[in-house]
Design a binder for this molecule. Structure first.
Ligand code: NIG
Ligand code: FE
Length: 410
């Protein structure tokens, strides 16, 4: 005897990009149906196979041939910060490089000054606007990093703003502690002492207050060395926090390989990643997070090793890297386009980059990122005829409806 299913919402007449395998076919189901019960996906498949269901209880939505995808995931952002860096943008237009500006006291540390001076309320209001811009484009989960405080008090202030954003919006927020983002002015010429502070005081306190889901390091010539990065990874592991790294953005220090030794979730940027680094990431089951916005905005020319990543089956996520210096871009739809135009990803790879692979980069791939029975019903309904349109056009938002854990929020 078969029982009758009880669902709250049922989409019919939809095409579904399940993203269940991250392959080149979007895991597509044509003429599909998808049912939601208790905030989770309860049934998915071809409409012709729909089982019996209790018609009195369910809200049936006729999708009229539109497409459904998982809620989008922006797995690398720095959206909590004070002020802006338009002045540095102008300096770069006059010929100064990102590294020159950083080395002469601008760059990240100038945002640190503004972020320390800002109240939590001011940070919340400006970050809320950025989060809303991403959410309007279909983002239902995102990561927010700290790293513009570089002292315990301000790092905690930033992480608490990220927490408040999660509490007050229908968006899942993963919080990452990025104390090792730059050397603060009070530790100028004494980066090792600052790293000690990060390891011995900041990580223990942030872990104690349960304010971070992961720990990140900017491993770079203008950031931290391999040895300093490793010290932070060790401290994070001691407190049970997973690690990730900003690496191989401007040069190849081997940060991704080091991260692989610590079973990192991801290595991000990776333009200068070597084949050895790719192999290490593959063996450690890491995700490569590609950031086309920073590549574009800094007018980089060295492309990430896409062919090698494909050849070694390293999942590629795509994120906005939204931040005031290298990517003041709060648009996931533009990232989909740039992943294809700048990095030559296929539209299916790009969409996997903001769904299943982004979920893996955040360690939440058992919860969101694919449309599969039992996962959260984070769902976008798009007014498009084929999924490639999400990557092809930019500036007209095709979002028709958005559901977070089964609830319609747009
Ligand atoms: O991901 N690389 C380090 N962090 C940021 C830039 C931060 C900034 O310039 O304010 C990034 O590109
Ligand atoms: Fe970043």
């Amino acid at each position: 005897m078969t029982s009758t299913a009880t669902w709250q919402t049922l989409f019919i007449n939809v095409n579904i990009a399940t993203m269940d395998d991250g392959s080149n076919s979007y895991g597509a189901i044509n003429n599909g149906a998808l049912a939601i019960a208790d905030g989770k996906i309860a049934w998915i498949g071809e409409q012709s196979n729909l089982p019996a269901f209790d018609k009195s209880a369910v809200d049936v939505i006729d999708g009229q041939g539109k497409w459904i995808t998982p809620g989008l995931i922006d797995c690398h952002t720095h959206i909590v910060y004070g002020s802006h860096r338009a002045n540095e943008f102008e300096m770069r237009l006059q010929g100064a490089s990102y590294e020159e500006i950083a080395n002469s006291g601008g760059g990240i540390v100038s945002t640190v000054k503004a972020t320390r001076a800002a109240s939590a309320e001011e940070l919340y209001v400006s970050a809320h606007k950025r989060l809303s811009a991403l959410h309007n484009e279909g983002v239902t989960s995102l990561e927010i990093k700290s790293g513009y405080g570089l002292d315990l008090e301000t790092e905690i202030k930033m992480l608490k703003v990220a927490k408040r954003l999660e509490e007050n919006t229908p968006v899942t927020v993963r919080k990452t502690f990025l104390g090792a983002h730059a050397v603060p002015v009070e530790y100028k010429d004494n980066a090792d002492a600052y790293i000690n502070l990060v390891c011995e005081q900041m990580i223990p306190e942030i872990a104690k207050q349960n304010l971070a889901d992961a720990v990140d390091v900017f491993c770079e010539g203008i950031g931290f060395s391999i040895e300093q990065t490793e010290a932070v990874f060790k401290a994070a592991k001691q407190y049970g926090l997973p690690v990730k790294v900003h690496a191989e953005q401007l040069s190849d220090l081997g940060g991704s390989e080091l991260a692989a030794k610590y079973s990192a979730l991801s290595s991000d940027h990776v333009e200068f990643l070597s084949e050895q680094g790719v192999k290490a990431m593959s063996a450690a089951n890491m995700t490569a997070v590609l950031l086309p916005g920073a590549f574009y905005f800094l007018r980089e020319t060295k492309l990430p090793p896409i062919e090698l990543l494909r050849a070694h089956n390293v999942p590629m996520a795509i994120a906005s890297d939204a931040n005031p210096g290298s990517s003041p871009i709060n648009s996931i739809q533009l990232m989909l386009n740039m992943a294809c135009t700048l990095f030559r990803l296929t539209p299916s790879e790009a969409l996997a980059g903001v769904t299943c692979h982004a979920a893996k980069a955040l360690g939440i791939d058992g919860v969101v990122g694919r449309l599969e029975v039992g996962l959260d019903a984070d769902i976008v309904l798009w007014d498009i005829e084929q999924p490639a349109q999400l990557c092809y056009q930019f500036g007209v938002n095709p979002l028709a409806a958005l559901y977070k854990q089964g609830k319609k929020v747009k």
